[in-house]
Design a protein around this ligand. Structure first.
Ligand code: NDP
Ligand code: MG
Length: 377
């Protein structure tokens, strides 16, 4: 019986993880559930899975959690999710954005294996997270579909030698449009992702291709390589989730219908694979297409790579400015290209500096402030 803590249980990844767990009650036990502000759903989940610990970030919503089992202790407030790690074998971190950093660092420092869906933690604090995990012997298992695909192509050996990672990109909602066509489109259009159903922030990141930039950085961090060893390719069908090329020219690809349940379940049980209800892929009559990323139309992709080249605090600036700008775009306060504009503006305002845990919180705060300043908000 694997004891699993689910952080971000009320989100898209968290809910799918609970569906996987529900399908295999004899294999998994939920030890903790942590949510942001969806108190009603958290209450339902607590009563269904009866964890030892539940955490609600937004303390103003606590009164909405009325009836919970006696065996569950409920924590609330800013650092409540840090209680989620008691008595677990593995923690799924599916909190979105910068908020995922603190629990990820806390888990690795305390020797807890992590199934990591949150990519921002690796982007902003990746050096610290990976170094601490190595020192503590903690396993960081990728849940992001591309990184899970790469992990699978490497035979679940993150240290295996390879020539290149080929990371695929669906291209998001605006992939077939020109800059002029995209420019006036609102967030409600960008949220219509053609292949995946995900949380709002990541869906906008897919439309700007910031997501692919973050994922290239995530791949560099997870697999210990530089940007020269990772190539991103447009692949609109989202059938190949990513590939690895080896020294002899052989390329391994991981394919299947897009479903996050596959990488979630695999992170729980690898190398064993569970049936999570995904139908067999019929390749007959299908064509798989690949193309270069159009950096003119999608400037966020290049900005992400640039931030990684500069290194130090700059990926944190990128991620923070992007998170703030995406939240403004979601509220129709800025336009689509306001996002890349804000990120570029913020990146230009910081001098190169090394990363430490304290400075990341300050940098995150200042980058968000700069974005609001940029738009007079
Ligand atoms: P959602 O927005 O759907 O869910 C986010 C979850 O995080 C919710 O449960 C939310 O709680 C919770 N949360 C937010 N802030 C806090 C906080 N401060 N403390 C505790 N919980 C918090 O996002 P997704 O599930 O789509 O994505 C989660 C992460 O996984 C992201 O980093 C994303 O990039 C990554 N990812 C997602 C994929 C997907 O298919 N969705 C694919 C690959 C990676 P509440 O709703 O209660 O406020
Ligand atoms: Mg992904």
């Amino acid at each position: 019986m694997k004891r699993i803590a689910i952080l971000g249980s009320t989100g898209s990844i968290g809910r799918q993880a609970l569906e996987v767990i529900e399908k295999y009650p004899d294999r998994f036990k939920v030890t903790a559930l942590a949510a942001g502000s969806n108190a009603k759903l958290l209450e339902k989940q607590i009563n269904k899975f009866r964890p030892e610990v539940a955490c609600l970030y937004d303390s103003e919503k606590i009164s909405l959690v009325r009836e919970i089992p006696k065996e569950t202790t409920l924590y609330t407030g800013e650092n409540s999710s840090l209680h989620a790690f008691e008595n677990c074998d593995l923690a799924l971190i599916a909190i979105s954005g910068f908020a995922g950093l603190k629990p990820t660092l806390y888990a690795v420092k305390n020797g807890i294996d992590v199934a990591l869906a949150n990519k921002e933690a690796l982007v902003v604090g990746g050096e610290m997270v990976i170094k601490t995990a190595e020192e503590k012997g903690v396993n960081i298992i990728p849940v992001d579909s591309e990184h899970s695909a790469i992990f699978q192509c490497l035979g679940f050996d993150r240290k295996k030698n390879f020539k290149k990672i080929l990371i695929t990109a669906s291209g998001g909602a605006f992939r077939n449009l020109t800059r002029e066509q995209i420019s006036p489109l609102k967030a409600s259009e960008a949220l219509k992702h053609p292949n995946w159903n995900m949380g709002k922030k990541i869906t906008i990141d897919c439309a700007t291709l910031m997501n692919k930039g973050l994922e290239v950085i995530e791949a560099c961090r997870l697999f210990g390589v530089g940007l020269d060893k990772v190539r991103a390719l447009m692949h609109p069908e989202s059938i190949i989730h990513s590939m690895v090329e080896f020294d002899d020219g052989a390329i391994m690809a991981q394919m299947g219908y897009p479903s996050m349940k596959v990488p979630i379940a695999l992170a729980f049980t690898y190398p064993e694979r569970l049936n999570v209800g995904v139908e067999s892929l019929d390749l007959v009559g299908r064509s798989l297409n690949f193309a270069e990323i159009d950096g003119e139309t999608f400037p966020c992709f290049g900005l992400a790579l640039k931030s990684y080249e500069i290194g130090g605090i700059h990926p944190c600036v990128l991620s923070a400015a992007n998170e703030e700008a995406v939240s403004l775009y979601l509220r129709d306060k800025i336009g689509f290209y306001g996002i890349s504009d804000a990120v570029e503006y913020a990146l230009g305002k910081f001098n190169k500096a090394e990363v430490d845990e304290k400075s990341l919180y300050e940098v995150d705060f200042e980058a968000r402030r700069l974005v609001k300043e940029r738009f007079d908000i």
